[in-house]
Design a protein around this ligand. Structure first.
Ligand SMILES: [Zn+2]
Ligand SMILES: [Zn+2]
Ligand SMILES: [Zn+2]
Length: 236
């Protein structure tokens, strides 16, 4: 027969190897080393029971989740969300229900950066090629001075990389033009790599709050840049 767990009330945060996670005024029951009796299964904590119940619940809905995933990636029928003509394009970066006709799908994505619209061809969706629109400013569109063209590899918040064209005149810094479009260059001069601000905020937060190493972030990005339908299975 095992001894009952000792109940401890903590009014101050302390950290010891035996009691690493404690908070003010929270009752936590700690199994004691002396409680274990040889040959007897130790009592399951409330947390373990809760985790076990959640695991069983997830397992019970796996088949439905797979069905939902297939529905999201399968053929979608319906009208263009812009003009109601028959839809031939979709874009999961716009929304999971964003269907477009040829004209609207192409025209809209001339003005949107880093989306990957798909077109339905021969019974399957294929990612449309093409670059994001060239980045310019009001000033350099009308400036008579000679323009310079730069090509920068941009990593977005989803970990995908895109080649981005940027135009500047001699009165502008490419880093400033990029920032006006929400992109942070990796170098202050002649940048060849940049990140979206959403990506920078996420990395900063992971490093400062999550204490994640930069190597760890780079490894995660390799997974993040995989197609969504592959990443889905990583959740299980
Ligand atoms: Zn349309
Ligand atoms: Zn889109
Ligand atoms: Zn100028």
């Amino acid at each position: 027969m095992s001894k009952p767990n000792k109940k401890v009330r903590h009014n101050a945060v302390v950290s010891t190897p035996q009691q690493p996670f404690q908070h003010d005024n929270i009752d936590i029951q700690f199994p004691q080393a002396s409680d274990a009796v040889e040959g007897e299964t130790p009592p399951q904590s409330k947390h373990s029971k809760r985790m076990e119940a959640l695991k069983l619940k997830w397992a019970s809905v796996t088949a439905e989740l797979e069905h939902g995933m297939i529905s999201m990636y399968g053929e979608k029928t319906g009208g263009c969300i812009m003009c109601t003509k028959e839809a031939t394009h979709r874009c999961h970066d716009c929304s999971s229900s964003a269907l477009y006709c040829d004209t609207c799908g192409i025209n809209l994505h001339k003005h949107v950066k880093f989306h990957k619209p798909e077109v339905f061809i021969d019974g399957r969706y294929e990612v449309m090629g093409g670059r994001s629109p060239c980045l310019e400013t009001e000033h350099n569109r009308s400036c008579p001075e000679k323009k310079q063209t730069h090509y920068v590899i941009v990593t977005d918040a989803a970990g995908r990389q895109h080649e981005q064209e940027v135009k500047t005149c001699e009165h502008e810094e490419v880093t400033v033009v990029m920032l006006e479009h929400g992109l942070w260059c990796a170098s202050p001069s002649k940048p060849t790599v940049a990140f979206t601000l959403e990506h920078m905020y996420l990395v900063r937060s992971l490093v400062l709050n999550g204490k994640v190493s930069l190597n760890g972030i780079v490894d995660s990005l390799k997974n993040a840049s995989r197609p969504l339908e592959d990443k889905f299975w990583m959740l299980f």
